[in-house]
Design a protein around this ligand. Structure first.
Ligand SMILES: Nc1ncnc2c1ncn2[C@@H]1O[C@H](COP(=O)(O)OP(=O)(O)O)[C@@H](O)[C@H]1O
Ligand SMILES: [Mg+2]
Length: 241
């Protein structure tokens, strides 16, 4: 049984078909990359899976349990966390306090939540800015904070929405290493990413969305050579190392 199973999910916004009958499965501790041009429907799919948007059709199962109809906080408590493409930390709160808000998903004991938050900050390379106000962080670290906040909810499945956008190459490498370590701890990850080298390197499989349709799915090297994917998105064959 897949950890996460999306079946036949469709979503319209007025006349626009944002998602058309999407089927996706994410195995235990698997990393699945989700790529595609802007407007392809990637974030919409995340919003459906995490309970922020109701699809018009289809189902989403986590460990065999239907998620559709459940509120986002309940889905989070069941073990599925997401990041947001547009990061919105509480600007005046410190970094550690922002992450504690995620930790409160599991515990109402603030000492335990703080300990959990500090642990997550260490895992995500943010320990040195724990006491800074979130608003003073540069974008690279704000993206990292968004990841830390999601991780602090102790998910089994993590959905990452462009956490590498706007990062410099050194920061991308750091984030790739952090995501790898998260997976090694047993968490399955669905990652939306435009930084092609990073997503190809990280993912066990890649799924490609285009105009709300899943046009390809498979191992990175295969998907990168797929003429449909090259035509719709990559522009030229991506040379996977
Ligand atoms: N809440 C919404 N209302 C209307 N249209 C939306 C809404 N959210 C997304 N869309 C549209 O749905 C399409 C898919 O958007 P999105 O899922 O954000 O794409 P991606 O994340 O792949 O760039 C786009 O055409 C976008 O403009
Ligand atoms: Mg998006």
């Amino acid at each position: 049984m897949a950890a996460l199973e999306v079946r036949g999910v469709s979503k319209r916004f007025g006349g626009l078909r944002a998602l058309s009958e999407i089927d996706l499965r994410l195995g235990d501790a698997e990393i699945l990359g989700l790529i595609g041009p802007n407007g392809a429907g990637k974030t919409t799919l995340f919003s459906v899976i995490s309970g922020f948007l109701r699809p018009d059709a289809g189902s989403v199962h986590l460990d065999g349990r239907e998620l559709l109809g459940l509120r986002p906080h309940l889905i989070c408590r069941l073990g599925l966390a997401r990041t947001f493409q547009i990061v919105q930390p509480f600007p005046h709160l410190s970094v550690v306090d922002n992450v504690m808000i995620g930790a409160f998903n599991r515990s109402s004991d603030s000492r335990r939540a703080r300990r959990q938050a500090l642990e997550v900050l260490a895992r995500t390379g943010l320990a040195h800015v724990a006491d800074r106000a979130a608003q003073v962080l540069p974008i690279g670290l704000r993206k990292r904070l968004e990841l830390a906040r999601a991780l602090a909810t102790e998910p089994r499945i993590l959905l990452l929405d462009e956490v590498m956008a706007g990062l410099n190459p050194a920061e991308v490498e750091e984030t790739v290493a952090i995501i790898r370590a998260i997976r090694e701890s047993g968490i399955a990850i669905l990652v939306i990413e435009h930084v092609m080298a990073a997503v190809m390197e990280l993912s066990d499989r890649i799924a490609v969305l285009h105009h709300g349709e899943l046009i390809a799915e498979g191992p990175p090297a295969e998907v990168a050579r797929d003429p449909k994917v090259v035509g719709a998105y990559l522009g030229e064959p991506f040379l996977a190392a």
